[in-house]
Design a protein around this ligand. Structure first.
Ligand SMILES: Nc1nc2c(ncn2[C@@H]2O[C@H](COP(=O)(O)OP(=O)(O)OP(=O)(O)O)[C@@H](O)[C@H]2O)c(=O)[nH]1
Ligand SMILES: [Mg+2]
Length: 292
């Protein structure tokens, strides 16, 4: 790869309390759905990379799990470790906040973490499309602690360009980390698993989504009965709890069919092919102990 050493290049990490819209913003920045988004807290479990290339250079955005205060829980502890790991080797930190909610203890933890990062910091006030941004002034009062402040709506895309411009100001010159044209580091297999997990979050309540994880076992190009191309996908929902397994399957397997058909429809649009999704629910008490 021939590269100009005059272009900018670096990692910009999105951090913030859970549900502020980090993943929605990652997708808006890159212009494609890389990360899953749900109204439930603690949706993101991994540090995805979303890549933006402009004449000025390359920004690698890193989405992270949100900070979330709960009773000690193995999953939450693992997620918070992932955020800390993601903050190693970065160039710019982007602290995303939701001004419709009061500054709480979860925000406070992020503020303290961000204050100790020896890199340029950008404060992003998300959700400008909502009128009820009652805590906007409280966040703007903190602006002097940051190198720049941007107000935007990840939902509508308004102001997202201004954030990209601000980041390029603080990005060092260097070699690009990904080939031009690549938009993320997410594999097909992982993206499909995440999409199924998104639908699972949207279709189940309370503790059920938090005890569950999704693994894709097989992706195969096949043909349907009429000879038309079809993608066969076999995936497993793993849950730590027998009761949750029953809830995920549902009466007459209604719940699992509902999750499956919701995911299949979006997969068919994204892949532009017919999809057969073979989805099963298994109990695996140890999935949280294994690295994903
Ligand atoms: N109105 C509005 N809603 C938004 C905006 N950005 C995100 N949301 C909504 O906020 C909720 C949470 O969005 P996510 O992108 O999943 O938030 P997150 O910070 O990645 O959450 P975690 O992964 O759980 O930490 C979803 O229901 C989004 O649709 C925005 O700009 N405006
Ligand atoms: Mg997220």
């Amino acid at each position: 790869m021939t590269q100009s050493p005059t272009l900018k290049s670096g990692f910009a990490v999105l951090v913030g309390r859970t549900n502020v819209g980090k993943s929605t913003l990652l997708n808006a920045l890159v212009g494609t759905k890389i990360a899953i988004v749900t109204p439930k807290p603690q949706t993101t479990r991994d540090t995805y990379h979303g890549i933006v290339n402009r004449p000025e250079g390359q920004i690698v955005f890193v989405d992270t799990p949100g900070f979330f205060k709960t009773a000690p829980h193995k999953l939450v502890t693992n997620l918070h470790h992932k955020v800390r790991d993601a903050l190693e080797g970065i160039d710019v930190v982007i602290h995303v906040v939701d001004p419709t909610r009061a500054i709480g203890s979860e925000d406070q933890r992020v503020i303290e973490m961000v204050e100790h990062i020896p890199h340029p910091r950008i404060l992003v006030l998300n959700k400008t499309d909502l009128p009820e941004r009652y805590f906007r002034e409280s966040w703007l009062a903190r602006a002097p602690q940051y190198n720049a402040t941007v107000e935007l709506s990840a939902w509508t895309g308004d102001g997202v360009g201004a954030l990209i411009t601000a980041i390029y100001q603080y990005l060092p010159v260097g070699l690009q980390h990904y080939p031009t044209g690549q938009t993320s580091n997410v594999t097909n297999e992982f993206w499909i698993a995440e999409l199924i997990r998104e639908k699972l979050y949207l279709k189940t309540d309370q503790e059920v989504p938090y005890s569950a994880s999704v693994q894709v076992e097989t992706i195969e190009d096949r043909k349907d009965k009429t000879g038309k191309p079809l993608v066969y996908i076999k995936a497993n929902i793993l849950t730590t709890d027998d009761r949750h397994q029953r809830m995920l399957i549902g009466q007459g397997a209604r719940k699992i069919r509902d999750i499956g058909s919701f995911a299949r429809k979006e997969l068919e649009v994204a892949m532009n092919k017919k999809v057969f999704l073979d989805l099963n629910v298994l109990v695996d008490k140890d999935w949280m102990d294994r690295p994903v």
